[in-house]
Design a protein around this ligand. Structure first.
Ligand code: COA
Length: 331
């Protein structure tokens, strides 16, 4: 009789660059104001990586994780790197990271699912562990959003920041703990509302793509808001129902940090008090694939995540992509 192998998160780590871009600083760059940004989004400031690339946000996050777990990079089997701001189209940023940290025996690849990149990546990683094939999987979410923002466009430049964070997945020593369930969705019809059209095979880089600002994020905020607020709440409710969880059973909602109003709506639908919601959007803005592991790592370092707690991760992003993950914390 074979026993089910369950994947568990066994370590976390994160990194944010030192440079802070405040709402007051943005007021001098575009026609906006602190009050509008705070009340519409919940953001007060965000971090900016001045020198370096997305892999440089991941390296210190992973080094922090390895130190917490007390293992070397050479013990990692697989690197799954969620990002929409890869260092380059290829090689994969997972390979760049592998070289930078010295994860000699690992193989790896990137996942492009925008703000849902981390939930997609952790669901994939969990299944590689459950299959019994690998024992140490690094799941990274990192984005240097400042590299694709138009700092003359007030609709987008106020929303995003730079950060990197990671979790380690290993077979759980007790199958009652770990990644219990996940549910992922895509809807390609959302592609018209949130995108970066330049640089790929559709619009290879040219003077025209630069003049037309195709190398920057475009978002129809209102259109995305309407589906995000429903999508993130729906999938969170779905994962709770599938696992017979009520609001009282959930210890932490770990939501993607795109907009405080979307987070509040999701928590309301789940019947959760705000004290059970990880929120750091005020300090970092939307760091895309990094938001969920960044919350996890900050809360864990603060001693607020404890063995046996029920956590629900929830996200919504470009694609559209969305999903939720149910974790029983195991360490
Ligand atoms: N400062 C001041 N005013 C601004 C502004 C800014 N930075 N950005 C937009 N405005 C203006 C708009 O021009 C508009 O003015 P108008 O009514 O004269 O046209 C007004 O504020 C309202 O704009 P609107 O886009 O309707 O605001 P909103 O309440 O929808 O908030 C977002 C905008 C982007 C914060 C919100 O739509 C959002 O969070 N969308 C979803 C983001 C998301 O989840 N993305 C997926 C993951 S990345």
């Amino acid at each position: 009789m074979s026993t089910k192998i369950r994947a568990a998160i066994t370590a976390v780590g994160h990194y944010v660059p030192d440079k802070i871009l405040t709402n007051a600083m943005l007021e001098k760059m575009v026609d906006t104001n602190d009050e509008w940004i705070r009340t519409r989004t919940g953001i007060s400031e965000r971090r900016i990586l001045e020198n370096g690339a997305t892999s440089d946000l991941a390296v210190p996050a992973v080094q922090n994780l390895l130190k917490n777990r007390g293992i070397g990079a050479d013990e990692i089997d697989v690197i799954i790197f969620a990002t929409v701001t890869p260092d380059m189209f290829f090689p994969a940023t997972a390979c760049v990271l592998q070289e930078k940290i010295g994860a000699k025996k690992a193989w790896g690849f990137d996942v492009s699912a925008a703000c849902s990149g981390f939930v997609y990546a952790i669901a994939l990683g969990a299944q590689l562990i459950e299959a019994g094939t690998y024992k140490k999987i690094l799941v990274v979410g990192a984005d240097k959003m400042s590299s694709i923002l138009d700092y003359t466009d007030r609709n987008t430049c106020i929303l995003f920041g730079d950060a990197g964070a990671a979790v380690l997945l290993e077979p759980s020593s007790d199958p009652n703990y770990g990644i219990i369930d996940h549910k992922l969705y895509s809807d390609g019809s959302g592609g018209d509302f949130l995108y970066m059209k330049g640089g790929g095979s559709l619009n290879p880089p040219s003077h025209k793509t630069i003049d037309d600002k195709l190398h920057y994020i475009y978002q129809d905020g209102k259109a995305v808001f309407k589906v995000a607020v429903v999508g993130m709440a729906d999938v969170s409710e779905e994962i709770m129902k599938r696992n017979n969880l009520t609001g009282a059973d959930v210890d932490w909602l770990v939501p993607h940090q795109a907009n405080l109003r979307i987070i509040d709506a999701t928590a309301n639908r789940m019947g959760l008090d705000k004290s059970k919601v990880m929120i750091n959007i005020g300090k970092y803005g939307n760091t895309t694939a990094a938001t969920i592991p960044l919350c996890l790592s900050e809360w864990w370092h603060a001693g607020k995540v404890k063995k046996g707690q029920n956590l629900v991760f929830a996200s919504f992003g470009a694609g559209y992509t969305w999903g939720a993950v149910y974790v029983k914390w195991g360490f």
